[in-house]
Design a protein around this ligand. Structure first.
Ligand SMILES: Cc1c2[nH]c(c1CCC(=O)O)Cc1[nH]c(c(CCC(=O)O)c1C)Cc1[nH]c(c(CCC(=O)O)c1C)Cc1[nH]c(c(C)c1CCC(=O)O)C2
Length: 319
C-alpha cells in the first residue's frame, strides 16, 4: 500500500516544515515514517520510505518533489550532453539509505522490509518531460526518434536503479519492488523493443540475491505478458484487470500482487468488503498472491477504513 502513511495524521505532523526530499535523506525520519503505517495498520510488510527520484537526486540531478504535483526536474534531459551527465550511483551517495534500512530491519524483526526503485521508463519520463506528464510526448519523441540516445539513457538509468536496489538489499531489505509506473503509456511492441531488454537485465542481475522481486506498472493490462517476461517473481496488477484474467497473461509460476481499486475505500464498508472478497476469490487462480491496492493510497483516505481492511483481509486469509 504505497503512501499508506500519507493518510495518517502522525505522518503529516512529522513532515510539517520538512520537504519531501529532505525527509528522504534523514535516517531518523525514514525509519519513523516507514514504521508508522506498520504500527497503525498491522500490515504484513513495510515499504521503505523514500522516492523513485532519490537516486537521481543523489547522482546530482537538480530536482524537487512538489506537494500535490510530484517530481519536478530543473533542466529536462533532452540531448546527448544531458544523458552523459547522468553518472553511476555509488553506495556512498546514499549513506542515509544504508543506515535507515539497517535500523529498520532491526526494528521490524520478522516483518519483511520491501525496498524499491523506479523503473527506467518512468524515471526517463520524469527526466525528459521535466515533471509529471499525461502524454509523455517528449519521452516518446526521444524514444522513437533517437534510438541510440534512448538506449544510452536506459542503460544509465538501469544501472542507477540496480545499484539503488543493491544498496537496500545489502543493508538487509528482504524483498524489492521495481515501480515502472508509467509503462502503461506504451504499446506492447514499443515496450518490447525499448524497455523490456533493460528491465530484463535488472531482474537478471537481482537474481544473484535471495530476495523476491516484484514488478509493478499502472494501466498495463495489454502489457502484462511482456511485463512478466522481464523476470520478476511477483507482478503487481492495477484494478483494471481482474486477477483471474491477469493469471492467464503472465508467465507460469508468477505470483500476483493487488488489486483493490484505491477509490473503493471511499464507498461504504459493505462495498469495500464485497470488493475485497472478489479480489481474494479471483486471486485463488494465481500461483501466490500478495493482497494490496491496485495503486497508491489516495491521500484523503480514512485511516479507519484502511485499518479495518487490513484486519478483514487477515481474518479472511487466516489459516
Ligand atoms: C511515480 C512514483 C513516484 N514515487 C513513487 C512512484 C512509483 C509508485 C507509483 O506508481 O505510485 C514511489 C514511492 N514514493 C514514495 C514511496 C515510499 C513508500 C510509501 O510512502 O508508501 C514509494 C514506493 C513516497 C512518497 N512520494 C511522494 C509522497 C507524498 C509527498 C508528501 O507527503 O509530501 C510520498 C509519501 C511524492 C510523489 N512522488 C512521486 C509522485 C507521483 C508523488 C506524488 C505527488 C503528490 O501527489 O503529492 C513519484
Amino acid at each position: 500500500m504505497r503512501q499508506a502513511g500519507r493518510s495518517l495524521p502522525e505522518y503529516r505532523k512529522l513532515r510539517e516544515g520538512v520537504a519531501m526530499l529532505d525527509a528522504c535523506a534523514r535516517p531518523d525520519m525514514i525509519v519513523e515514517i516507514t514504521l508508522q503505517p506498520v504500527r497503525r495498520y498491522g500490515v504484513d510488510a513495510a515499504i521503505f520510505f523514500s522516492d523513485i527520484m532519490v537516486p537521481l537526486k543523489a547522482v546530482g540531478v537538480d530536482l524537487d518533489i512538489k506537494p500535490g504535483v510530484g517530481p519536478v526536474v530543473a533542466a529536462p534531459v533532452r540531448g546527448p550532453d544531458d544523458v552523459r551527465r547522468l553518472r553511476d550511483l555509488e553506495p556512498d551517495d546514499v549513506p542515509y539509505v544504508t543506515e535507515a534500512v539497517g535500523e529498520l530491519v532491526g526494528e521490524l524483526g520478522d516483518r519483511p522490509l520491501i525496498g524499491f526503485a523506479g523503473g527506467p521508463f518512468t524515471l526517463a519520463s520524469y527526466l525528459i518531460e521535466g515533471g509529471p506528464s499525461r502524454h509523455h510526448e517528449h519521452t516518446k519523441a526521444l524514444m522513437y526518434g533517437e534510438p541510440a540516445l534512448w538506449a544510452e539513457l536506459m542503460r544509465r538509468l538501469s544501472a542507477i536503479t540496480l545499484e539503488f536496489l543493491r544498496v537496500q538489499i545489502a543493508a538487509g531489505a528482504s524483498a524489492v519492488q521495481l515501480f515502472d509506473s508509467w509503462v502503461g503509456a506504451l504499446s506492447p511492441e514499443d515496450y518490447r523493443t525499448s524497455v523490456l531488454p533493460y528491465t530484463q537485465q535488472i531482474f537478471a542481475r537481482l537474481a544473484e540475491y535471495d530476495v523476491p522481486r516484484i514488478h509493478f506498472g499502472v494501466g498495463t493490462g495489454e502489457l502484462l505478458g511482456l511485463l512478466s517476461q522481464a523476470g520478476a517473481d511477483v507482478v503487481g496488477v492495477d484494478w483494471r484487470v481482474p486477477l483471474d484474467r491477469a493469471v492467464q497473461r503472465v508467465q507460469p509460476d508468477t505470483a500476483l500482487q493487488g488489486n483493490l481499486d484505491p477509490a473503493v475505500l471511499f464507498a461504504s464498508w459493505r462495498v469495500v468488503a464485497e470488493r475485497t472478497d472478489d479480489v481474494l476469490a479471483r486471486a485463488e487462480a494465481a500461483d501466490g498472491h500478495v493482497f494490496n491496492l491496485g495503486h497508491g493510497v489516495l491521500p484523503t483516505t480514512d485511516p479507519a477504513v484502511l485499518e479495518r481492511l487490513v484486519e478483514y483481509v487477515h481474518t479472511r486469509t487466516a489459516g
